[in-house]
Write a protein that binds this ligand. Structure first.
Ligand code: PLP
Length: 388
């Protein structure tokens, strides 16, 4: 059997089962297609999944929307600086600019590919208001160090947990840590999906109520309570120029069923990652960093890097994998190379040596729950041939 005869193995595929389909059909038949009872249940189930009843989970139509709401609720605005990693998707940083604040990009720890706490501390100025760590690939960032820095300097922490469902840090699930807000993504290729969607999690009641109001047009029904106990269903007040960031019940229906499978999905991803780790160990590749003993890695991405001394160019490596019928990707083209960020902040590759080097040598291999052991073996064989 040759790989040429096999169908193309895509880089990512969602895992949508009959339960998800039935739940969506039920929603369509119910007559309630926008935000309603299923969104409420999805939020409740999400809090239950995290296992901490002091948390509030707010469903939104993307993680980008959630990150925007979080920073808005924290009062980030013009004149403020927010520190994040250059090695992320632009969504993490763009929300800072939505609010007229400035982004300060810093380098990664080359071992973990997550934001380097020392670089964060070195970037703090009197204007710094918040830190946004990204749990890159599904491995927890160094939250103990980052939270200590935030506490010492009086900074807010908003976790971009788009890759981190479920991830643990010191045995605690991301979402239950001591940050101000954590934001998850349910985009099509994430560990669970609602097509488009996200979840904002916080234990701060004032932040939750501000984000709830801003999620839907700045609309509030609370004001009425001051005058009468009974709020008529038609009554609301507009207290701010809010956004349209609510999740639909159609999407929440998908989320309800996907969430039930989140643990099993993680186990499947971990099994595939272990298969890759073992099968690639003898090759001149840096395989992904592993979590601390006893901690959970979400394995959203499986990123390998060409070792020092490998002459094969990364781009050529990707071409060889494509020729073998294997889809792959690069996470990410660092923000300091993107024209908007590069030009606005006059950034140079030499400002971010670790991210730059990782970018030049990295490839994300396919890793998703619908892959079989044989699919993973095909990936391994293609990687071997490309390096051979
Ligand atoms: C996917 C992703 C986002 C954005 O998520 P959406 O739900 O598509 O808005 C933000 N940050 C990171 C690191 C991501 O991978």
């Amino acid at each position: 059997m040759t790989s040429e005869k096999l169908p193309f193995l895509p880089f990512a595929l969602p895992d949508i089962g009959e339960e998800e389909i039935a739940e969506v059909v039920d929603t369509l038949r119910s007559g309630w297609v926008t935000t309603g009872p299923k969104t409420k249940r999805f939020e409740e189930d999400f809090t239950a999944f995290l296992g901490d009843p002091s948390l509030q989970s707010l469903a939104v139509n993307s993680a980008t929307a959630g990150l925007h709401l979080a920073l808005e609720a924290l009062g980030i605005g013009p004149g403020d600086e927010v520190i994040t990693t250059t090695h992320t998707f632009t969504a993490t940083a763009e929300v800072v600019r939505y609010l007229g604040a400035d982004v300060v990009l810093v380098d990664i720890d080359p071992a973990t590919l997550c934001i380097d706490p020392q670089a964060v501390e070195a970037a703090i100025t009197p204007r710094t208001k918040a830190i946004m760590p990204v749990h890159y690939a599904g491995l927890a960032a160094d939250m103990p160090a980052l939270l200590a820095i935030a506490k010492k300097h009086g900074l807010k922490v908003v976790e971009d947990a788009a890759h981190a469902l479920p991830t643990t840090c010191g045995g605690k699930l991301v979402g239950t840590l001591d940050s101000d807000v954590t934001v998850f993504s349910f985009y099509a290729n994430k560990t669970i999906t609602t097509g488009e969607g996200g979840m904002v999690v916080t234990r701060h009641a004032e932040l939750a109520s501000r984000m709830k109001v801003m999620r839907l047009h700045g609309m509030s029904r609370d004001a009425f309570d001051r005058f009468t106990a009974k709020v008529p269903s038609w009554y609301y007040e507009i207290v701010a120029p809010g956004f349209k960031y609510n999740l639909t019940d159609i999407a929440a229906a998908l989320g309800l069923q996907q969430l039930k499978r989140a643990r099993a999905f993680q186990q499947k991803r971990e099994t595939l990652a272990q298969q890759f780790n073992a099968a690639l160990a003898d090759l001149p590749l840096i395989t992904p960093p592993l979590p601390a003993q006893g901690d959970l890695h979400a394995w959203h991405l499986y990123v390998v890097r060409l070792a020092d001394g490998v002459a094969l160019h990364r781009d050529r490596f990707i071409e060889a994998l494509y020729e073998a019928g294997i889809g792959c990707s690069v996470h990410y083209i660092p923000l300091h190379l993107q024209p908007y960020w590069r030009d606005r902040y006059k950034l140079k590759p030499t400002d971010f040596p670790h991210s730059q080097k990782a970018f030049e040598r990295m490839v994300s291999l396919p890793l998703y729950t619908r892959m079989t052991e044989a699919d993973a073996d095909r990936v391994v064989q293609a990687v071997r041939r490309a390096l051979g």
